[in-house]
Design a protein around this ligand. Structure first.
Ligand code: CTP
Length: 241
């Protein structure tokens, strides 16, 4: 029996060295859509998206009241629980199961329940600060920065926050100019420097996502050398050698 327990403790699945792709970019730049597009285009059985939104810190009562008045800064790196995020990423990287917090945007709070993620072949970590913390950067195999015009980001964000996150238009605009925009300039945009590739215009950039849809000639004329899927596949092949 003791042997079985010891063996279990040392068992690591063949995909223990999960590849992690970090996708950063402005709020509303299309990170989650890009992530889903990668999942559907990658020819791999087990690709999981982990949103950094799951790692927003819990708020005390005073901060929670501010949040409901759109006066809390969710766009500073201090709002994110990087310690827990790093722990979970390390567990997944080691082939283990990780318990992920569930976050409610409508309540500005973590739910009591968590959700389990099993170590996949490829993990996509998407969030405004996916390329921010040095401990996270060390765990990433690929780094992508998703770019879109600010007006595109703002309009996408308003629609989403009103439809899905229980917000009103006035509050969205107030939060955008007080926190989202200035912190984009201070903390989010500088992550471009550490990215391996920059995807212009997010997921609307079908050329960057699509495998064979357009000729390489058109592609070069249009977007330089960005081909997300080819880039990821090449990296995965290099890693498996
Ligand atoms: N946020 C909020 N209220 C909270 C927690 C976070 O309004 N209680 C906002 C922050 O202002 C931050 C944004 O959530 O800017 C982060 O999510 P976002 O990047 O917009 O969503 P994704 O779907 O991850 O990304 P994308 O819009 O690029 O697809």
């Amino acid at each position: 029996m003791a042997d079985v327990v010891t063996q279990r403790a040392h068992y690591s699945p063949p995909w223990a060295d999960v590849s992690i792709i970090g996708i950063a970019g402005s709020s509303g730049s299309g990170k989650s859509t890009l992530s889903h597009a990668i999942v559907s285009k990658l020819n791999l059985p087990w690709v999981v998206i982990l949103s950094m939104d799951s790692f927003y810190k819990s708020l005390d009562e005073e901060s929670s009241r501010k949040a409901f008045r759109n006066e809390y800064d969710f766009d500073s790196p201090d709002a994110i629980d990087f310690d827990v995020l790093v722990d979970r990423l390390r567990e997944l990287k080691a082939g283990k199961r990780a318990e992920i917090p569930i976050y409610s945007f409508a309540k500005h709070a973590r739910e009591k329940e968590t959700t389990s993620i099993y170590s996949p072949h490829v993990l996509i970590l998407e969030g405004i600060f996916a390329l921010y913390d040095p401990r996270v950067l060390e765990l990433l195999d690929m780094k992508i920065f998703c770019e879109a015009d600010a007006d595109t980001c703002l309009s996408r964000r308003i629609l989403r926050d009103v439809e899905e996150r229980g917000r009103d238009i006035k509050g969205c605009i107030k939060q955008w100019f007080a926190y989202v925009k200035p912190n984009f300039e201070a903390y989010v945009e500088p992550q471009r420097k550490v990215a391996d590739i920059i995807v212009p215009r997010g997921v609307e950039n079908r050329v960057a996502i699509g495998k064979t849809s357009l000729s390489s000639h058109t592609f070069q004329l249009t977007y330089g050398k960005v081909m997300v899927i080819q880039y990821i596949e090449r990296k995965l092949i290099e890693k498996s050698k």
